[in-house]
Design a binder for this molecule. Sequence first.
Ligand code: FDA
Length: 400
Amino acid sequence: MQDFDAIVIGAGAAGLFCAGVAGQRGLRVLLLDHSEKVAEKIRISGGGRANFTNRDIDPRAPHKHFLSENPNFCRSALSRYTPADFIALVQKYGIGFHEKHKGQLFCDRSAEDLIALLLAECEAGGVQRWQPCGVKTLRVGIDGSYQIDTERGTVSSRAVVVATGGLSIPKIGATDFGYRMAKQFGLRIVEPRPGLVPLTFDGDAWAPYTDLAGLALPVLIETGDKKSRISFAEDLLFTHRGLSGPAVLQISSYWREGTPIRINLAPEVDLPQALARAKATSRKLIANELATLVPSRLADAWVAQDKDWQRPISEASDKALARLAERLARWELVPTGSEGYKKAEVTLGGVDTRDLSSQTMESKQPGLYFIGEVVDVTGWLGGYNFQWAWASAHACGMAL
Ligand code: FDA
């Protein structure tokens, strides 16, 4: 039976990085993945260019852009391995990158450059990688070391790192392996659910908006009650089944079933004032005036909803115009659901951080570690999830 100092299960963002860090500290590391290829999610991320970190992470409050039942848990790892640390590594490999929007950093050429970096780091640490290699069972021997039955035989190690990610995009290899391992060793799980995911609406209720599919516009979106209210100023995208785009992906992580979301479709315009001015000076149809303030497809779909809005603006009542302004600025709607794991960029919830050390990512089960998305730490859209993968992997890799 081959013996290692650490066995890392899952060769995604967190697993690859952790294996490289540990290997370069002189540990004998085995990295296993049931998929043929490494890091499929990095490959498809950021439209193929991987939004690999975010410069806006606040060094004094790095947890601000993350969701968790235990919001302070991620603080330690994120402040010990920062975006600047990862950027320095990217620069060391001569990978070109650029900032796109709100601190989001993308590779200039391809996400493949990032994968090559992670593989080179593993190589530099002498990491053995077995792929494809499924894991059948994991057990603890009498001496406290682990034995893993894999498709390539049984291996042993004093430490096991679970880096198998969340449930999103099952068709590229996502499984519930990490949650099963946690349960096997009596660790708690925060109920997983899809995050950063498009929201869907009931067919009939959505009928007035289906023609808007493909339309994108900047909005202000919010959800939650007085105590939990959160909002994002981002682009919204209409789809055939509902809403998507960065605004909706961000809010979806905070949205709870049965509760409404509220959208200001013209956040940069003072609608009551603009409509009142148009009423005083124009004889055009409301739809035409509105089309100077919001995209014309939206203006048409909006006025179609009320007979009082289908007339020249000079003939509209003040009440009708006020209602129009209010409905555009405070469009409240209750999603029926989301597109689920097949479209979600991340999985919220996961291994309960109360059962993990924020310093090392070791669980209450000695020698068993959890890193990356399998843990109940989920970032906003914009490179935060990769930064959590790097930071948690680094904390663990340095502690093994
Ligand atoms: P990850 O999912 O990367 O890796 C898990 C690995 O474990 C996989 O290689 C899998 O094959 C393996 N595995 C699973 N089950 C196994 C089993 N039973 N046995 C053995 N191996 C197993 N984030 C970001 O910050 N910027 C971005 O631009 C994007 N873009 C993006 C686009 C899309 C379409 C998605 C789906 C996701 C993103 N993300 C993102 C999120 C980001 O990809 C994600 O948070 C990280 O990849 C998580 O890294 P992990 O290493 O934890 O899991």
